[in-house]
Ligand binder design. Structure first.
Ligand SMILES: *Cc1c(COP(=O)(O)O)cnc(C)c1O
Length: 366
């Protein structure tokens, strides 16, 4: 049976070009003192209010969830000063990215993003049958002119993450505005704000969304709020875009558990403040330390640092040495950065451990 069906039952064009996304690993065989610094997770985990909401939600597991996410959208609107009618919630911002590609890009269309951009842009573009197109970055930073130069008649979506993963770099809002202004009318600009909360005084582009008809912002509970395992993200855009995305969104795409816990997390000001300030303090400490050890980093605006090694070989050797110490960081060759390692800012003990291990490794390199 299997053989002949392999030839006759075929996926849509593009699907087989998708390389499976590799999540940051979390285990090392034979070790129980492992520190995972490979997925940009909040080292403090979820806050107390989120944990309590999670336990409460267990009583209602027999109930179908709301289809319109009204409570969570209202809470988001209050928290960030937005219009609740123009918010859409999804299973992680990954799902919002997928809705955007599914809705706006298809065969013969192009989805544009920058050189070291998030892998999900390519995956979601291919899944929709569209063609992923990459524009170069300058000094590992989004280059607005290079993106504009890469726009064609076929470009439908342009994704930028600001701050970007895995580089941690960011462009000023004035540059984002210039990009939005200069884009031809058939291109929708998506501002991925997965790390927006970590960037001082940055609104993720929310005001720009309000001011224009061609900008969408995506946000997530996975990073600052410590809820990567819960899978909740959201988008904010012009009404015409949100109305389209809601047509492809499954009515029950988020469970009661997801909705209630996310809403509780949003109200946990103490946890949010502590997470932001500890991240800033330890990120800058770690970046300075690495630079002092001969592993330069660029200024990061997120919850990770990107350490640059002499070459790909040295980066791989350091990764192996860290694994030997029970420390899991992220190799980023799949992002076109084979000479770098991305290291999530952990708690203080984790930051000291990883800095110490890299110091030992670099000493042996001399
Ligand atoms: C982590 C991350 C996301 C968030 O993904 P979720 O699906 O919300 O967990 C989105 N964009 C970038 C650039 C990220 O690094």
């Amino acid at each position: 049976m299997g053989h002949s069906m392999d030839k006759d039952i075929r996926p849509q064009p593009g699907i087989m070009d998708i390389a499976l996304y590799q999540g940051g690993s979390s285990k090392i065989a034979g070790r129980d003192d492992v520190v995972k610094l490979s997925s940009n997770e909040n080292p403090f985990g979820p806050g107390d209010l989120a944990r309590q909401a999670y336990l409460r939600a267990g009583h209602d597991l027999h109930r179908y969830p709301s289809t319109d996410h009204a409570n969570l959208r209202a809470a988001l609107a209050r928290q960030f000063g937005l219009d609740a009618a123009r918010i859409i919630c999804g299973a992680g911002s990954d799902e919002i990215i997928s809705f955007l590609c599914q809705s706006y890009a298809g065969p013969k269309d192009e989805v544009l993003y920058s050189q070291h951009g998030f892998l999900m842009y390519r995956i979601s573009a291919l899944a929709a049958g569209a063609t992923p197109v990459v524009a170069p970055e300058t000094d590992r930073t989004t280059d607005v002119d290079a993106l504009l130069a890469a726009v064609t008649k076929r470009t439908r979506l342009l994704f930028i993450a600001n701050p970007n993963n895995p580089t941690g770099t960011m462009i000023p809002l004035s540059e984002v505005e210039r990009l939005a202004q200069k884009l031809p009318r058939h291109v929708l600009l998506v501002l991925d704000g997965a790390y927006a909360e970590y960037a001082d005084g940055y609104d993720g582009g929310a005001a720009l969304v309000d001011a224009r008809e061609n900008v969408v912002m995506t946000r997530t509970f996975s990073k600052l709020y410590g809820l990567g395992g819960l899978r909740v993200g959201w988008g904010y855009g012009p009404q015409h875009v949100i109305d389209v995305l809601n047509r492809v969104r499954g009515p029950f795409n988020l469970s009661n558990v997801q909705l209630d816990v996310a809403e509780a997390a949003l109200g946990d000001a103490a946890h949010i403040t502590r997470s932001v300030s500890e991240n800033a303090r330890l990120r800058d400490w770690l970046a300075d330390r690495l630079t002092g050890l001969g592993v330069p980093t660029q200024k990061s605006h997120a919850n990770f640092v990107l350490g640059q090694f002499r070459d790909a070989e040295q980066a791989a050797a350091c990764n192996a040495a860290l694994l030997g110490e029970g420390l899991i960081v992220r190799q980023v060759a799949s992002y076109g950065l084979p000479d770098c390692l991305r290291i999530t800012v952990g708690d203080e003990a984790a930051c000291r451990r990883v800095a110490h291990a890299i110091g030992t490794f670099m000493d042996r390199q001399r």
